[in-house]
Design a protein around this ligand. Structure first.
Ligand code: 5GP
Length: 164
């Protein structure tokens, strides 16, 4: 049976603080935290507060369609961030996990020509990742259950009341 890494919201709170501490200890002071939606949005919010960085951007990337099943390549969805927003800025890319690393590489390569400096922070990094992030909270090769995606979307309750 396959093992899972279970991240709860409670554990996530400590993890994102510790990840920010690793960034701060390294002396990196980002001007912008660039989150990879949707999972990276949670990470970016925590990092931006902990690092006292008031500027958050996001980019939407679509890659995974299920547990371990992906599209052929990750794609950036519109609207793609304007590179002008990042010129001469120190950027910290934030995501939940670097698995194959293809998603991070797409965003990293988008940034690298346009910004003063770009580094990446993730909660988890898997050994196979083709991008080695500067800042990693924990290494695992298990499938991770994240608290924001472990449950299916909510469904509307009590719709029959309006129809009555
Ligand atoms: P990559 O491009 O590095 O293979 O995957 C990046 C994205 O895929 C992550 O931001 C996340 O949304 C999803 N993903 C990859 N591995 C996992 C995993 O172990 N668990 C979950 N829940 N999502 C994952």
């Amino acid at each position: 049976t396959e093992t899972r890494e279970n991240l709860t919201y409670e554990k996530f709170g400590g993890a994102v603080r510790e990840l920010a501490q690793i960034v701060a200890d390294d002396g990196y002071e980002p001007d912008v935290v660039l989150s990879i939606a949707r999972g990276g949005v949670f990470v970016a919010g925590g990092l931006a507060y902990a690092l006292d960085c008031k500027n958050i951007h996001l980019v939407n990337v679509e890659f995974y369609t299920g547990v371990g099943t992906t599209l052929a390549m990750p794609v950036m969805l519109a609207p793609v961030p304007n590179a002008i927003d990042f010129s001469n800025k120190k950027v910290l890319i934030a995501d939940d996990v670097a698995d194959t690393g293809k998603t991070l590489k797409l965003v990293y390569d988008f940034c690298v020509d346009h910004v003063a400096e770009v580094r990446s922070a993730v909660i988890y990094e898997k050994a196979q990742s083709l991008v080695k992030c500067e800042y990693v909270w924990k290494r695992t090769d298990d499938w991770i259950n994240f608290p924001w995606s472990v449950e299916p979307p909510v469904v509307r309750r009590g719709g029959q009341v309006l129809d009555a």
